[in-house]
Design a protein around this ligand. Structure first.
Ligand code: IDP
Ligand code: MG
Length: 138
């Protein structure tokens, strides 16, 4: 069964949008199998976003993702990776389809409220960064 890692980012926590976003994620029908609240440190952020380390937005992204607590969760089900990314919308909220989380609620490309793994392989790596196997309870 396919699994994906979701982050409800610090902007969502600060803006009081956690419930609204989790409600939308739940409506996908995917099964919630793990969840925690934490504040990422720089090392963890640099590992999670390692693929972007040469991008001009990398330092700003790291600063943002460590700026406050976030929610990490694992959802499971058919096409979990694609299903979650489709309800989130594309990275830039001005380009995201209406009805997606980012189009409806996000402020800008950096402060875009949510993260969803972009492949099954990356999902497995990201899940192992955030969760021990015994924390997956679904
Ligand atoms: P994704 O979250 O839609 O998969 P990625 O390209 O993987 O988007 O980028 C990771 C995160 O980095 C984005 O969600 C966003 O917070 C931030 N980001 C991406 N591109 C830019 C940019 O051009 N300016 C500022 N932040 C960006
Ligand atoms: Mg990505």
């Amino acid at each position: 069964m396919e699994r994906t890692l979701v982050l409800v980012k610090p902007d969502a926590v600060q803006r009081g949008l956690v419930g609204e976003i989790l409600s939308r994620l739940e409506r996908t029908g995917l099964k919630l199998v793990a969840m925690k609240m934490l504040r990422m440190d720089r090392g963890m952020a640099e590992r999670h976003y390692a693929v972007h380390r040469d991008q001009p937005f990398f330092e700003g992204l790291v600063q943002f993702i460590i700026s406050g607590p976030l929610i990490a969760a694992i959802y499971e089900g058919p096409n979990a990776v694609e299903v979650m990314r489709s309800v989130m919308g594309v990275t830039d909220p001005t380009r995201a389809d209406p009805g997606t989380i980012r189009a409806d609620l996000a402020q800008d490309t950096r402060h875009n409220l949510v993260h969803g793994s972009d492949s099954v392989e990356n999902a497995e790596m990201e899940i192992s960064l955030f969760f021990n196997p015994e924390e997956v309870v679904g």
